[in-house]
Design a protein around this ligand. Structure first.
Ligand code: ATP
Ligand code: MG
Length: 555
């Protein structure tokens, strides 16, 4: 896999080229795409890419997109997943034209199977799974015909109906297409169309105990809906000839399949099976753990739909496997939040007390500060200033180098939005740890005084009399290895879990933070972006760190 960085150039991607050609040639009047999730887990960032692509193309060319649940395996599927998938797509800001379920086509698919049997194009095979596998041969050697391959259509039809009526246990028989056991494409060596599964389906209940396979379902479902461009990930390219074969054999609407590269991200696993395992083993707090690459996880973390769209746009559509730098995703969310998020001052855990010695005891002065510095005349918040403040320990240094422009003994600093303060005295505890700084402010440096005096450093602060304590959940990568798709064979992806992916700490916030109702992540000035967690209560506010303020990442 190659490391890929986004490019800025905006030429048509290969799918746009195909669509523009098809429209120009009058092949279709309008395009119809579909997003076909299997409801066996929550959507992840890879799905977000597929969603942005399918819905985005339809929007661009005035077409539409269907949502189709690919629900042909009753054992793994559930309505919980159906609901979450719909919620996630809507959160991303997309509306589907029609909502369908592959299971809605079970009757039609069954009818077509009988038709194929009658035409001698399908047969019931009694071989075991293992016998079928061996009979398929290998890429180098042709397969061998099943001893059941030459059953008459009448016999096949009778047994297939018995399968449908529940006469046989799971695995006893399958229905196979009768194509060619020596075909160079292994997919054509009599692919299985139906298997017996005695399990309740989340929609059809116990109506069926035979279920169609992916290859016998997907193309026909596309065709039933008149999907013009059926877009899927690269690993399905080997299925395409079979997709076309069923459509041609049944002589139905000619949907076409096109493949693009899956999204892979550094430090991330994206398969639903693995994500489910993390949830089931309690290695994360749930599908929406903010460390998860699921849409609900990153939503809880504070990512925005806009950030994801910027991201999908930047990574583009490729035909080769790509590994995208996780930092690009972070860059995108920063890009969005930097423009839109409200600012507040929050001091980290283990702060230093700053006492203003020339401040009238008990006095509060309220300052107005912009919610967003990009809009100095926009909405404001009110920030209380008193004689007792908290500042970040990192903003003070006793033996500071010359280039240190924050607070130092005898030095001056602007307390953001307010006065310039001078450090007059450093108080330490018995262990020599700095616990308090006695400062004076220069009243003439009030921002409204009209005479601006500048100092090199500005630091954030919070009034100790008004500070609100916060629980802060600070996240790091869930895995320690950049190429999680490339780990040694004798290792398990869980061996690479980062033990420091979650650190819980505290913060002290200016009071206006708790009245923020912007609905998106906020910026803790000079610190990073944070988003209220649903665990928050008025007495115990909890914030998730979305991302740091900046990074060295450039592209
Ligand atoms: P997983 O392997 O994670 O379970 P899946 O492909 O089985 O994913 P589906 O629910 O079948 O998941 O996928 C729905 C759609 O999303 C498919 O069209 C699939 O190609 C696409 N998709 C899934 N994963 C990615 C990915 N990493 N990048 C881009 N598209 C993806
Ligand atoms: Mg799948």
């Amino acid at each position: 896999m190659e490391e890929v960085k986004a490019t800025e150039e905006k030429k048509l991607n290969f799918l746009e080229e195909i669509i523009e050609n098809d429209l120009a040639e009058g092949k279709f009047k309008t395009i119809l795409t579909r997003f076909p999730p299997e409801p066996n887990g929550y959507l992840h960032l890879g799905h977000a890419k597929s969603i942005c692509l399918n819905f985005g193309l339809a929007q661009k060319y005035g077409g539409a997109t269907n949502l189709r649940f690919d629900d042909t395996n009753p054992v793994k599927e559930d309505t919980e997943y159906v609901d979450s998938i719909k919620q996630d797509i809507q959160w991303l800001g997309f509306n589907w034209a029609e909502e369908h379920y592959a299971s809605d086509y079970f009757d039609q698919l069954y009818e077509w199977a009988e038709k194929m049997i009658n035409e001698g194009l399908a047969y019931v095979d009694d071989q075991t799974q293992e016998e079928i596998r061996i009979g398929r041969g290998t890429v180098q050697t042709p397969g061998t015909n099943s001893p059941y391959r030459d059953r008459t259509p009448e016999e096949n039809l009778r047994i297939f109906r018995e399968m449908r009526d529940g006469k046989y246990p799971d695995g006893a028989k399958v229905l196979r297409a009768k194509i060619d056991m020596a075909h160079p494409n292994m997919m054509f060596r009599d692919p299985i169309m139906y298997r017996i599964i005695h399990a309740s389906h989340h929609r059809t209940g116990d109506k069926w105990c035979i279920y169609p396979m992916y290859d016998y379902t997907h193309g026909q479902s596309d065709s039933i809906e008149n999907i013009t461009h059926s877009i899927c990930t690269l690993e399905f390219d080997v299925h395409r000839p079979l997709y076309d074969w069923f459509i041609k054999t049944l002589d139905i609407f000619p949907s076409h399949q096109y493949e693009f590269a899956r999204l892979n991200l550094t430090y991330t696993v994206m398969s639903k099976r693995k994500l489910l395992e993390l949830v089931q083993k309690g290695l994360v707090s749930g599908w929406d753990d903010p460390r998860m690459p699921t849409i609900c996880g990153i939503r809880r973390r504070g990512y925005t739909p806009r950030a994801l769209k910027i991201f999908c746009d930047k990574i583009g559509v490729a035909k080769r496997e790509q590994l995208i730098d996780l930092q690009l995703l972070e860059w995108c969310v920063r890009q969005d939040l930097n423009e839109r998020s409200n600012r507040y001052m929050v001091v980290s855990d283990d702060p230093i007390k700053l006492t203003i010695t020339n401040w009238e005891a008990g006095k509060t002065e309220w300052f107005e500060a912009p919610l967003n510095p990009a809009e100095p005349d926009g909405a404001k918040r009110r920030v209380p200033f008193t004689g007792s403040l908290w500042i970040d320990r990192a903003d003070f240094m006793e033996d500071a180098p010359a280039k240190f422009f924050r607070l130092k003994p005898g030095g001056e600093v602007r307390l953001k939005y307010t006065y310039i303060a001078k450090c007059e005295e450093v108080i330490k505890d018995e262990n020599g740890k700095v616990v308090e700084l006695k400062c004076t402010i220069d009243p003439s440096t009030h921002p409204a005084s009209g005479q601006w005096r500048s100092v090199k450093g500005t630091i954030h602060w919070v009034s100790a009399d008004y500070a609100k304590e916060l629980e802060l959940r600070v996240y790091d990568k869930l895995f320690t290895e950049p190429q999680m798709g490339n780990i040694p064979e004798d290792k398990d992806y869980k061996d690479y879990l980062n033990p420091e992916s979650l650190v819980v700490t505290k913060g002290l916030a200016e009071p206006a933070l708790l009245e923020d109702n912007s609905g998106i992540a906020v910026q803790f000035e000079r610190v990073g972006y944070f988003f209220t967690d649903p665990d928050s209560t008025p007495d115990h506010p909890v914030f998730n760190k979305t991302t740091a303020l900046k990074d060295s990442f450039k592209f």
